[in-house]
Ligand binder design. Structure first.
Ligand SMILES: Cc1ncc(COP(=O)(O)O)c(C=O)c1O
Length: 197
């Protein structure tokens, strides 16, 4: 019986040479020449002003929760179909997470379900571009503008994809990528990046 692997790590063979170069450069804790190159590459690739490398996408989501100043009792709307970090990052700041339905054809958050879930306590909408498929960003950004809400894009699975010519992860107020081993690009185990517009 042939076993079908869940994923194949995108290892290309030059990693060890670069790891050696990073060790020799004495920037083992990060923020060295490779971090700068990587952030510049992400900025060019996505057309965003600032990309910041993170230890993981989970860490990036936690920073987004701090940046939009989530306070205990704030409500955050997110899709019922996602990875646990999408919710936990906001629960950790005391938010009440409101899970709403996804659409059958895209498996992504439904704009009408978002609208129906908004209350005076709603602070943010977190969208997830599941498996790299884009959410309906025009509609979602319109709803957010009407109700003065932040939009955070969990683009963990969406590096390299776009919506109407704009890189996913750069359409909302903040966005995050994952470089976990199961993602399209890996930094070797764990890794992530956060963006602002
Ligand atoms: C939608 C989604 N959000 C967040 C994460 C968390 O990413 P990381 O493992 O880089 O923390 C994942 C990882 O599987 C994910 O699929």
């Amino acid at each position: 019986m042939n076993k079908i692997p869940f994923n194949k790590s995108p290892v290309v063979g030059i990693e060890i040479d670069y790891i050696r170069e990073a060790i020799d450069s004495k920037y083992l804790a990060g923020d060295g020449v490779f971090s700068r190159k990587c952030e510049a590459t992400l900025e060019n690739m996505t057309g965003t002003k600032k990309a910041l490398l993170m230890p993981s996408c989970t860490a990036g989501l936690e920073i987004c929760a701090m940046l939009v100043n989530i306070q205990p009792g704030d409500e955050v709307i997110l899709p019922s179909f996602t990875f646990v970090s999408t919710a936990n990052a906001f629960v950790l700041r005391g938010a009440k997470v409101i899970f709403v339905d996804v659409e059958a054809d895209t498996m992504n958050i439904s704009p009408s379900a978002i609208k129906a879930a908004i209350t005076p306590r709603t602070k943010a909408i977190v969208v997830v571009h599941y498996a790299g498929v884009s959410c309906k960003m025009d509609e979602i950004m319109g709803i957010a503008a009407t109700h003065n809400l932040f939009v955070i894009e969990d683009a963990a699975q969406a590096i390299g994809n776009s919506y109407k010519g704009k890189a996913l992860g750069t359409i909302g107020h903040l966005g995050v990528f994952s470089f976990h081993e199961t993602k399209n690009i890996t930094s070797g185990g764990e890794g992530g990046a956060s963006f602002n517009k």
